[in-house]
Design a protein around this ligand. Structure first.
Ligand code: SF4
Length: 514
């Protein structure tokens, strides 16, 4: 069983750090489709560098290493209890090694277990099969994209699309609506797993299971294959683009399954996964516990870099605006939506727990947010002797902080909020009043951004757990795009409105499968 645990540790490590070849290929196509100098092209250049950096250093591709979800099939006679125990040990060890972020939180108290173990974590699904190997497949799907999952009960009236009936065309409308609704919050371009039918529980589970199919496979059901093709053929005309910046690629895959349903129910469940689409698998020799074969990747073939030798990924143009914290109001008011900025100096991280805390308490004594940068980020941080080191530090989804952000900007004098996916009307109003901006960093680019952290100068509120603590980071040339400025403009609102209008054009798209 020791060997089996080692095999599971290797599976978790590779899944967290190495994107599978089919996803790399799809992202390569996306890079080819977006003009390099555009916002989406620049974002994809950062993503490409990030993917290569993660594989190179065996660091997490994204700091949100997600909910570890294992699908296990084993022959009769293999103890599921023992497999469960060994997988749990491997998950805890991977967390200690910084390959997984401590992500398991008590839902009542908010306490982080620290080792990714707890009721419901990790998720383990067991099944028996007639083959002699043990098959273990793993998907790591983060919170940003998980929060954009959607479930529809047909018939339903959908914004911009009209009525979605109980038909394949109704399913098509639901999928388009889910992708449009996700915008950049799920770190587009993403992929969707879809289930037609089932009940509310089995529908979501089967939708997620579709994500274990490779992006380039063909659905064995000809009707669903045709539906997948129609969606992939039309969805990119929505113009959501990378990170919701607007662009020509919004989705890299659509995989649809179906389950029988009750006559009274017709659910369409959509599991949205981000570009950091981490899933791998192994076949294990039950006699030795060793890996016999990898699924989704061929270790004999070298990993092809996303950024080809001799080329460079993200390249500075010289037109970037340099921001050094603390930042004065005049500098902030000179910025416009679309400007690319490079942020240096002190930034403080703050996620859900920090925002809730700051609503009731003053900032900790050693935290000065006046003129400061607040970074929506739950980094992976490891302690080396007396020092902390950030090993992954991409942005988290900002909209969760919408109920708090306006008050904190006004009360604490924050000049720049860095996050991803954009924020709402209250925050936009506060940015205008107080003279502050929202900067959209590239979601999932955890390795790229970890290299922009020069030092961890300190930490406050560590009892919230490492992802939720308030870290004092020293940044150097951290690139981000102004997507909400101090003049009341929001790129997110514009892209949502424009893509909504395009969605209307797809309501009656030619479709013979209805
Ligand atoms: S890439 Fe974005 S959505 Fe995906 S896990 Fe990372 S932060 Fe979450």
């Amino acid at each position: 069983m020791h060997e089996f645990r080692q095999s599971m540790l290797e599976l978790v490590t590779k899944t967290s750090t190495e994107l599978p070849p089919d996803v790399r290929a799809a992202m390569g196509v996306a890079m080819g489709a977006e003009p390099r100098e555009g916002r989406s092209g620049q974002a994809l250049a950062i993503i490409a560098e990030n993917i290569d950096a993660a594989a190179g250093c065996e660091g997490p591709i994204c700091q949100d290493t997600g909910m570890p979800t294992f699908e296990i099939r084993a022959p009769a006679g293999v103890s599921f209890l023992e497999l469960r125990q060994e997988i749990r040990e491997a998950v805890a060890e991977a967390t200690r090694r910084g390959k997984l972020r401590p992500n398991s939180v008590d839902s009542i108290t908010g306490r982080n277990s620290g080792d990714n173990l707890g009721p419901g974590t990790p998720i383990l699904h067991f099944d028996q099969w007639e083959r002699e190997d043990i098959e273990v497949r793993l998907i790591l799907k983060g919170g940003g994209c998980e929060n954009t999952n959607a479930q529809y009960a047909l018939p339903v009236e959908l914004p911009h699309l009209g009525r979605a009936d109980r038909s394949l065309d109704g399913v098509r409308k639901c999928v388009l609506h889910a992708v449009w609704n996700a915008q950049g919050k799920g770190c587009s371009p993403g992929a969707v797993g879809v289930c037609v039918g089932g009940d509310r529980t089995s529908g979501y589970q089967h939708a997620k299971e579709q994500l274990f199919r490779t992006l380039d496979d063909t659905n064995p059901d000809a009707r669903l294959a045709a539906l997948e093709d129609v969606i992939m053929f039309t969805v990119n005309s929505l113009g959501v683009g990378t990170m919701g910046f607007g662009g020509d690629v919004s989705l890299i895959g659509c995989k649809i399954g179906a389950l029988n349903r009750l006559p009274a129910s017709f659910f369409v469940s959509v599991a949205y996964d981000c570009w950091a689409f981490r899933r791998l698998g192994v076949l294990i020799d039950p006699a030795t516990g060793r890996i016999r074969e990898w699924l989704y990747r061929d270790p004999a073939k070298p990993v092809v870099p996303m950024v080809a030798a001799g080329e460079r990924g993200f390249v500075k143009t010289g037109r970037e605006v340099v921001l050094t914290a603390p930042i004065d109001e005049a500098t902030i008011r000179s910025l416009q939506v679309g400007d690319l900025v490079l942020v240096s100096g002190r930034a403080y991280t703050g996620r859900d727990a920090v925002h809730a805390h700051l609503m009731k308490h003053a900032p900790p004594a050693d935290v000065d947010l006046a003129g400061g940068v607040l970074y929506h980020c739950g980094p992976v941080v490891v302690k080396e002797g007396e020092r902390w080191r950030v090993t992954a530090a991409g942005p988290t989804t900002s909209i969760r902080e919408e109920p708090y952000q306006a008050d904190i900007i006004r009360r604490c004098g924050v000049r720049a909020v860095i996050g991803k996916g954009g924020m709402g009307a209250r925050t936009l109003e506060a940015l205008k009043d107080a003279g502050a901006v929202y900067l959209n960093a590239i979601g999932g680019a955890a390795q790229f951004y970890a290299r922009c952290v020069e030092n961890v100068d300190g930490v406050s509120l560590l009892d919230f757990g490492t992802p939720e603590a308030l870290w004092h980071l020293r940044l150097r040339e951290f690139p981000a795009i102004v997507t909400m400025d101090a003049h009341g403009h929001s790129l997110h609102r514009r892209v949502e409105t424009e893509s909504g209008a395009r969605l209307e054009g797809l309501a009656t798209a030619p479709w013979s499968g209805a």
